[in-house]
Design a protein around this ligand. Structure first.
Ligand SMILES: *Cc1c(COP(=O)(O)O)cnc(C)c1O
Length: 379
Protein backbone atom coordinates (compact mmCIF):
# COMPACT_ATOMS: atom_id res chain seq x y z
CA UNK A 1 0.00 0.00 0.00
CA UNK A 2 1.39 3.38 -0.96
CA UNK A 3 0.34 6.20 1.34
CA UNK A 4 0.16 8.83 -1.39
CA UNK A 5 -2.55 7.08 -3.33
CA UNK A 6 -5.74 8.93 -4.14
CA UNK A 7 -9.00 7.12 -4.76
CA UNK A 8 -11.71 9.19 -6.42
CA UNK A 9 -15.44 8.65 -6.08
CA UNK A 10 -16.04 8.20 -9.79
CA UNK A 11 -13.68 9.13 -12.62
CA UNK A 12 -14.44 8.69 -16.30
CA UNK A 13 -12.52 6.00 -18.14
CA UNK A 14 -12.03 5.97 -21.89
CA UNK A 15 -12.42 2.69 -23.70
CA UNK A 16 -9.97 3.19 -26.55
CA UNK A 17 -11.80 4.15 -29.71
CA UNK A 18 -13.08 7.56 -28.55
CA UNK A 19 -10.01 9.32 -30.03
CA UNK A 20 -10.54 7.52 -33.31
CA UNK A 21 -14.03 9.00 -33.68
CA UNK A 22 -12.81 12.45 -32.64
CA UNK A 23 -9.92 12.35 -35.11
CA UNK A 24 -12.32 11.25 -37.82
CA UNK A 25 -14.44 14.31 -37.02
CA UNK A 26 -11.38 16.57 -37.31
CA UNK A 27 -10.18 14.90 -40.52
CA UNK A 28 -13.55 15.31 -42.20
CA UNK A 29 -14.03 18.84 -40.82
CA UNK A 30 -17.11 17.89 -38.77
CA UNK A 31 -15.92 19.87 -35.74
CA UNK A 32 -18.88 22.22 -35.88
CA UNK A 33 -22.14 21.06 -34.31
CA UNK A 34 -23.90 18.03 -35.73
CA UNK A 35 -22.34 15.55 -38.10
CA UNK A 36 -21.98 11.80 -38.50
CA UNK A 37 -21.01 11.00 -34.89
CA UNK A 38 -24.28 12.50 -33.63
CA UNK A 39 -26.32 10.28 -35.89
CA UNK A 40 -24.21 7.19 -35.16
CA UNK A 41 -24.33 7.74 -31.39
CA UNK A 42 -28.11 8.10 -31.54
CA UNK A 43 -28.31 4.91 -33.60
CA UNK A 44 -26.30 2.95 -31.05
CA UNK A 45 -28.49 4.29 -28.21
CA UNK A 46 -31.57 3.20 -30.18
CA UNK A 47 -30.06 -0.28 -30.54
CA UNK A 48 -29.56 -0.34 -26.77
CA UNK A 49 -33.14 0.97 -26.16
CA UNK A 50 -35.16 -0.60 -29.02
CA UNK A 51 -38.45 0.87 -27.74
CA UNK A 52 -37.09 4.44 -27.76
CA UNK A 53 -35.96 7.14 -30.18
CA UNK A 54 -32.97 9.08 -28.87
CA UNK A 55 -32.15 12.79 -29.23
CA UNK A 56 -28.64 13.51 -27.93
CA UNK A 57 -28.26 16.85 -26.16
CA UNK A 58 -25.73 19.02 -24.35
CA UNK A 59 -26.67 17.70 -20.89
CA UNK A 60 -29.11 15.63 -18.88
CA UNK A 61 -30.45 18.87 -17.41
CA UNK A 62 -31.23 20.08 -20.95
CA UNK A 63 -33.03 16.77 -21.61
CA UNK A 64 -35.28 17.27 -18.56
CA UNK A 65 -35.92 20.87 -19.57
CA UNK A 66 -36.94 19.82 -23.11
CA UNK A 67 -39.13 16.98 -21.81
CA UNK A 68 -41.08 19.59 -19.80
CA UNK A 69 -41.24 21.93 -22.81
CA UNK A 70 -42.59 19.07 -24.95
CA UNK A 71 -45.26 18.37 -22.32
CA UNK A 72 -46.37 21.99 -22.52
CA UNK A 73 -45.37 22.92 -18.98
CA UNK A 74 -45.87 26.67 -18.57
CA UNK A 75 -45.45 29.36 -15.93
CA UNK A 76 -47.71 28.71 -12.96
CA UNK A 77 -48.12 24.96 -13.63
CA UNK A 78 -47.24 22.47 -10.92
CA UNK A 79 -44.92 19.52 -11.55
CA UNK A 80 -44.54 16.69 -9.06
CA UNK A 81 -40.94 15.65 -8.53
CA UNK A 82 -39.05 13.23 -6.32
CA UNK A 83 -37.44 15.24 -3.52
CA UNK A 84 -34.53 12.87 -2.89
CA UNK A 85 -32.40 13.62 -5.96
CA UNK A 86 -29.73 15.83 -7.50
CA UNK A 87 -30.93 19.41 -8.07
CA UNK A 88 -30.88 18.95 -11.87
CA UNK A 89 -34.09 16.89 -11.65
CA UNK A 90 -36.03 19.83 -10.23
CA UNK A 91 -34.34 22.98 -11.51
CA UNK A 92 -35.71 22.82 -15.10
CA UNK A 93 -39.23 23.11 -13.63
CA UNK A 94 -38.29 26.54 -12.30
CA UNK A 95 -36.60 27.54 -15.59
CA UNK A 96 -40.12 27.44 -17.04
CA UNK A 97 -41.66 29.45 -14.21
CA UNK A 98 -43.53 26.33 -13.11
CA UNK A 99 -43.62 25.14 -9.48
CA UNK A 100 -42.07 21.94 -8.15
CA UNK A 101 -44.14 19.90 -5.70
CA UNK A 102 -41.82 17.57 -3.81
CA UNK A 103 -42.69 14.01 -2.85
CA UNK A 104 -40.68 11.89 -0.42
CA UNK A 105 -39.13 8.49 -1.06
CA UNK A 106 -39.99 5.04 0.25
CA UNK A 107 -37.26 3.20 2.17
CA UNK A 108 -36.64 0.19 -0.12
CA UNK A 109 -35.58 1.85 -3.37
CA UNK A 110 -35.03 5.37 -1.96
CA UNK A 111 -37.23 6.56 -4.86
CA UNK A 112 -40.63 8.27 -4.97
CA UNK A 113 -43.18 6.75 -2.59
CA UNK A 114 -46.28 5.59 -4.52
CA UNK A 115 -48.42 6.22 -1.42
CA UNK A 116 -47.24 9.81 -0.99
CA UNK A 117 -47.41 10.37 -4.76
CA UNK A 118 -51.12 9.54 -4.75
CA UNK A 119 -51.71 11.72 -1.69
CA UNK A 120 -49.85 14.62 -3.29
CA UNK A 121 -51.87 14.42 -6.53
CA UNK A 122 -55.18 14.29 -4.61
CA UNK A 123 -54.19 17.18 -2.39
CA UNK A 124 -52.96 19.39 -5.27
CA UNK A 125 -56.21 18.79 -7.16
CA UNK A 126 -58.30 19.68 -4.12
CA UNK A 127 -56.25 22.80 -3.34
CA UNK A 128 -55.75 24.21 -6.83
CA UNK A 129 -58.58 22.64 -8.82
CA UNK A 130 -56.02 21.49 -11.39
CA UNK A 131 -53.97 18.38 -11.97
CA UNK A 132 -50.18 18.64 -11.78
CA UNK A 133 -48.85 18.94 -15.34
CA UNK A 134 -46.23 16.18 -15.07
CA UNK A 135 -44.50 13.77 -12.69
CA UNK A 136 -40.72 13.28 -12.58
CA UNK A 137 -39.53 10.12 -10.83
CA UNK A 138 -35.87 9.14 -10.49
CA UNK A 139 -33.81 5.93 -10.46
CA UNK A 140 -31.54 7.28 -7.74
CA UNK A 141 -27.97 5.95 -7.67
CA UNK A 142 -29.07 3.52 -10.39
CA UNK A 143 -31.77 1.82 -8.29
CA UNK A 144 -34.98 1.42 -10.30
CA UNK A 145 -38.07 3.07 -8.84
CA UNK A 146 -41.28 1.07 -8.22
CA UNK A 147 -42.33 1.58 -11.82
CA UNK A 148 -45.45 -0.65 -11.88
CA UNK A 149 -47.11 1.35 -9.13
CA UNK A 150 -45.86 4.74 -10.33
CA UNK A 151 -47.02 4.13 -13.92
CA UNK A 152 -50.42 2.93 -12.66
CA UNK A 153 -50.92 6.09 -10.60
CA UNK A 154 -49.74 8.40 -13.40
CA UNK A 155 -52.00 6.78 -15.97
CA UNK A 156 -55.02 6.60 -13.65
CA UNK A 157 -54.86 10.40 -13.29
CA UNK A 158 -53.77 10.94 -16.90
CA UNK A 159 -50.60 12.78 -15.86
CA UNK A 160 -47.53 12.29 -18.09
CA UNK A 161 -44.52 10.70 -16.45
CA UNK A 162 -40.82 11.52 -17.00
CA UNK A 163 -38.18 9.00 -15.94
CA UNK A 164 -34.95 10.64 -14.76
CA UNK A 165 -32.60 7.73 -15.40
CA UNK A 166 -29.51 9.96 -15.51
CA UNK A 167 -27.79 7.64 -13.03
CA UNK A 168 -29.41 4.41 -14.21
CA UNK A 169 -28.07 3.48 -17.62
CA UNK A 170 -28.05 -0.34 -17.71
CA UNK A 171 -30.37 -0.79 -14.71
CA UNK A 172 -33.54 -2.84 -15.13
CA UNK A 173 -36.92 -3.17 -13.46
CA UNK A 174 -38.62 -6.54 -14.11
CA UNK A 175 -36.23 -7.04 -17.01
CA UNK A 176 -37.08 -3.73 -18.69
CA UNK A 177 -34.29 -1.19 -19.02
CA UNK A 178 -34.46 2.02 -17.04
CA UNK A 179 -34.97 4.95 -19.40
CA UNK A 180 -37.94 3.12 -20.98
CA UNK A 181 -40.57 3.96 -18.35
CA UNK A 182 -42.97 6.87 -18.70
CA UNK A 183 -43.47 9.12 -21.70
CA UNK A 184 -39.88 10.38 -21.73
CA UNK A 185 -36.64 8.95 -20.35
CA UNK A 186 -33.58 11.02 -19.52
CA UNK A 187 -29.92 10.04 -19.68
CA UNK A 188 -26.83 11.98 -18.58
CA UNK A 189 -23.34 11.54 -20.02
CA UNK A 190 -21.69 13.88 -17.56
CA UNK A 191 -18.13 13.03 -16.56
CA UNK A 192 -19.12 10.96 -13.54
CA UNK A 193 -22.01 8.95 -15.00
CA UNK A 194 -21.98 5.35 -16.27
CA UNK A 195 -20.71 6.50 -19.66
CA UNK A 196 -19.57 9.99 -20.56
CA UNK A 197 -19.31 12.33 -23.52
CA UNK A 198 -17.40 14.79 -21.27
CA UNK A 199 -20.76 16.52 -20.88
CA UNK A 200 -24.02 15.50 -22.49
CA UNK A 201 -27.38 13.86 -22.18
CA UNK A 202 -30.21 12.29 -24.13
CA UNK A 203 -33.97 12.49 -24.30
CA UNK A 204 -35.53 9.08 -24.96
CA UNK A 205 -38.88 9.34 -26.78
CA UNK A 206 -41.52 6.83 -27.90
CA UNK A 207 -41.85 8.09 -31.47
CA UNK A 208 -39.68 9.47 -34.25
CA UNK A 209 -41.96 12.57 -34.37
CA UNK A 210 -41.27 13.35 -30.71
CA UNK A 211 -37.55 12.90 -31.26
CA UNK A 212 -37.64 15.29 -34.21
CA UNK A 213 -39.56 17.81 -32.13
CA UNK A 214 -36.88 17.56 -29.41
CA UNK A 215 -34.14 18.10 -32.01
CA UNK A 216 -36.11 21.10 -33.31
CA UNK A 217 -36.29 22.69 -29.84
CA UNK A 218 -32.61 21.88 -29.21
CA UNK A 219 -31.51 23.76 -32.35
CA UNK A 220 -33.28 27.11 -31.70
CA UNK A 221 -36.68 26.01 -33.07
CA UNK A 222 -35.83 26.96 -36.61
CA UNK A 223 -38.79 26.45 -38.94
CA UNK A 224 -38.44 24.97 -42.42
CA UNK A 225 -37.92 28.06 -44.60
CA UNK A 226 -35.32 29.65 -46.86
CA UNK A 227 -34.48 32.11 -44.09
CA UNK A 228 -34.39 31.98 -40.28
CA UNK A 229 -38.04 31.73 -39.29
CA UNK A 230 -39.00 31.32 -35.62
CA UNK A 231 -42.53 30.64 -34.39
CA UNK A 232 -41.54 29.17 -31.02
CA UNK A 233 -38.80 29.70 -28.46
CA UNK A 234 -35.95 27.24 -28.89
CA UNK A 235 -32.71 26.37 -27.14
CA UNK A 236 -29.09 25.67 -28.06
CA UNK A 237 -29.07 22.18 -26.56
CA UNK A 238 -27.84 19.84 -29.31
CA UNK A 239 -24.83 17.61 -28.61
CA UNK A 240 -21.73 18.44 -30.67
CA UNK A 241 -20.20 16.01 -33.14
CA UNK A 242 -17.01 15.85 -31.03
CA UNK A 243 -18.87 14.88 -27.84
CA UNK A 244 -20.92 12.33 -29.76
CA UNK A 245 -17.63 10.77 -30.94
CA UNK A 246 -16.69 10.17 -27.31
CA UNK A 247 -20.14 8.69 -26.76
CA UNK A 248 -19.70 6.22 -29.63
CA UNK A 249 -16.45 4.99 -28.11
CA UNK A 250 -18.04 4.75 -24.65
CA UNK A 251 -20.89 2.56 -25.93
CA UNK A 252 -18.23 -0.05 -26.75
CA UNK A 253 -17.20 -0.30 -23.08
CA UNK A 254 -20.65 0.14 -21.50
CA UNK A 255 -21.10 -3.54 -20.60
CA UNK A 256 -17.60 -3.71 -19.15
CA UNK A 257 -18.27 -0.64 -16.99
CA UNK A 258 -21.59 -2.06 -15.80
CA UNK A 259 -19.97 -5.36 -14.81
CA UNK A 260 -17.31 -3.48 -12.83
CA UNK A 261 -19.87 -1.44 -10.87
CA UNK A 262 -21.56 -4.71 -9.81
CA UNK A 263 -18.25 -6.32 -8.88
CA UNK A 264 -17.44 -3.41 -6.58
CA UNK A 265 -20.92 -3.49 -5.03
CA UNK A 266 -20.51 -7.22 -4.32
CA UNK A 267 -17.16 -6.62 -2.72
CA UNK A 268 -18.57 -3.88 -0.44
CA UNK A 269 -21.57 -6.11 0.48
CA UNK A 270 -19.36 -9.02 1.51
CA UNK A 271 -16.94 -6.77 3.38
CA UNK A 272 -19.59 -5.00 5.47
CA UNK A 273 -21.82 -8.02 6.09
CA UNK A 274 -20.29 -8.66 9.50
CA UNK A 275 -20.20 -5.02 10.60
CA UNK A 276 -23.07 -4.27 12.92
CA UNK A 277 -24.37 -0.78 12.07
CA UNK A 278 -23.37 -0.59 8.40
CA UNK A 279 -25.80 -1.60 5.67
CA UNK A 280 -25.16 -1.49 1.94
CA UNK A 281 -28.03 -0.19 -0.20
CA UNK A 282 -28.97 -3.16 -2.41
CA UNK A 283 -31.78 -4.44 -4.68
CA UNK A 284 -34.85 -4.94 -2.44
CA UNK A 285 -35.95 -8.05 -4.39
CA UNK A 286 -35.55 -9.79 -7.75
CA UNK A 287 -37.66 -7.21 -9.62
CA UNK A 288 -34.89 -4.68 -9.17
CA UNK A 289 -31.56 -4.80 -10.98
CA UNK A 290 -29.53 -1.70 -10.10
CA UNK A 291 -26.42 -0.78 -12.09
CA UNK A 292 -24.94 0.27 -8.72
CA UNK A 293 -23.65 3.48 -10.27
CA UNK A 294 -22.45 4.40 -6.78
CA UNK A 295 -22.45 1.96 -3.89
CA UNK A 296 -23.94 3.62 -0.81
CA UNK A 297 -23.75 2.62 2.82
CA UNK A 298 -25.90 3.68 5.75
CA UNK A 299 -24.02 4.19 8.98
CA UNK A 300 -25.93 3.76 12.23
CA UNK A 301 -24.32 6.22 14.62
CA UNK A 302 -25.62 4.43 17.74
CA UNK A 303 -23.92 1.19 16.78
CA UNK A 304 -20.80 2.57 15.06
CA UNK A 305 -20.13 5.50 17.42
CA UNK A 306 -19.29 7.54 14.31
CA UNK A 307 -21.57 9.31 11.88
CA UNK A 308 -21.32 9.52 8.10
CA UNK A 309 -19.56 12.91 8.13
CA UNK A 310 -16.88 11.65 10.52
CA UNK A 311 -16.30 8.62 8.29
CA UNK A 312 -16.14 10.89 5.23
CA UNK A 313 -13.50 13.15 6.83
CA UNK A 314 -11.48 10.15 7.99
CA UNK A 315 -11.53 8.65 4.47
CA UNK A 316 -10.37 12.00 3.05
CA UNK A 317 -7.33 11.92 5.35
CA UNK A 318 -6.42 8.57 3.77
CA UNK A 319 -6.78 10.00 0.27
CA UNK A 320 -10.19 8.48 -0.34
CA UNK A 321 -13.00 10.56 -1.77
CA UNK A 322 -16.47 9.73 -0.49
CA UNK A 323 -19.60 11.87 -0.56
CA UNK A 324 -22.73 12.50 1.46
CA UNK A 325 -25.97 11.50 -0.26
CA UNK A 326 -27.99 14.09 -2.20
CA UNK A 327 -29.62 16.44 0.27
CA UNK A 328 -33.36 16.23 -0.41
CA UNK A 329 -34.77 19.15 -2.39
CA UNK A 330 -37.49 19.94 0.16
CA UNK A 331 -34.67 20.64 2.68
CA UNK A 332 -32.87 23.06 0.34
CA UNK A 333 -33.11 26.78 1.16
CA UNK A 334 -33.75 27.57 -2.50
CA UNK A 335 -36.93 25.44 -2.40
CA UNK A 336 -38.09 26.41 1.10
CA UNK A 337 -41.43 27.68 -0.23
CA UNK A 338 -42.30 24.69 -2.40
CA UNK A 339 -45.08 22.34 -1.27
CA UNK A 340 -43.71 19.01 -0.01
CA UNK A 341 -45.35 15.69 0.86
CA UNK A 342 -42.94 13.97 3.21
CA UNK A 343 -42.78 11.38 5.95
CA UNK A 344 -39.13 11.77 6.97
CA UNK A 345 -37.76 8.88 4.89
CA UNK A 346 -35.34 10.78 2.65
CA UNK A 347 -34.21 12.91 5.58
CA UNK A 348 -33.39 9.81 7.63
CA UNK A 349 -31.46 8.23 4.74
CA UNK A 350 -29.62 11.51 4.06
CA UNK A 351 -28.52 11.65 7.72
CA UNK A 352 -26.85 8.23 7.59
CA UNK A 353 -25.68 7.70 4.04
CA UNK A 354 -22.31 7.82 2.31
CA UNK A 355 -21.37 7.19 -1.34
CA UNK A 356 -18.25 5.06 -1.72
CA UNK A 357 -15.76 5.07 -4.63
CA UNK A 358 -17.45 3.08 -7.37
CA UNK A 359 -16.34 4.06 -10.84
CA UNK A 360 -14.46 2.17 -13.56
CA UNK A 361 -11.18 3.61 -12.24
CA UNK A 362 -11.64 2.08 -8.78
CA UNK A 363 -9.69 -1.18 -8.68
CA UNK A 364 -10.48 -4.18 -6.48
CA UNK A 365 -7.40 -3.27 -4.46
CA UNK A 366 -8.69 0.32 -4.09
CA UNK A 367 -12.08 -0.89 -2.82
CA UNK A 368 -10.37 -3.25 -0.35
CA UNK A 369 -8.37 -0.27 0.93
CA UNK A 370 -11.59 1.74 1.35
CA UNK A 371 -13.12 -1.12 3.36
CA UNK A 372 -10.05 -1.53 5.53
CA UNK A 373 -9.87 2.21 6.22
CA UNK A 374 -13.52 2.27 7.35
CA UNK A 375 -13.18 -0.90 9.47
CA UNK A 376 -10.03 0.40 11.19
CA UNK A 377 -11.75 3.71 11.93
CA UNK A 378 -14.80 2.03 13.49
CA UNK A 379 -12.95 -0.52 15.61
C1 LIG B 1 -26.45 13.98 -13.35
C2 LIG B 1 -27.89 14.06 -13.10
C3 LIG B 1 -28.74 14.88 -13.87
C4 LIG B 1 -28.27 15.92 -14.83
O1 LIG B 1 -27.39 15.55 -15.78
P1 LIG B 1 -26.29 16.59 -16.37
O2 LIG B 1 -25.84 15.86 -17.60
O3 LIG B 1 -25.24 16.71 -15.33
O4 LIG B 1 -26.99 17.85 -16.67
C5 LIG B 1 -30.10 14.80 -13.63
N1 LIG B 1 -30.61 14.02 -12.69
C6 LIG B 1 -29.84 13.23 -11.91
C7 LIG B 1 -30.49 12.36 -10.90
C8 LIG B 1 -28.45 13.25 -12.08
O5 LIG B 1 -27.68 12.50 -11.29
Amino acid sequence: MTDNRHIFLHLARMGGSEMHYIEEAFATNWVAPLGPNVEAFEKSLEQYYPSRHAAVLSSGTAAIHLALVMLGVKAGDEVIVQSFTFCATANPITYLGAKPVFVDSEPNTWNISPTLLRQAIEDRISRTGRKPKAIIAVDLYGMPAKWDEIEDIASSYGIPLIEDSAEAMGSRYKGKKCGCFGKYGILSFNGNKIITTSGGGALLCNTQEEKEKAVFYSTQAREKADYYQHEEIGYNYRMSNICAGIGRGQMEVLEKHLAHHKTLHNLYCKAFKDINGISVHSNPDSRFDSNYWLTNILIDKEKCCKDCTQVMHHLAKSGIESRRLWKPMHMQPVYADAPAYTDGTAERIFDKGLCLPSGPCVSIEDAEFVVKTIKDFLS
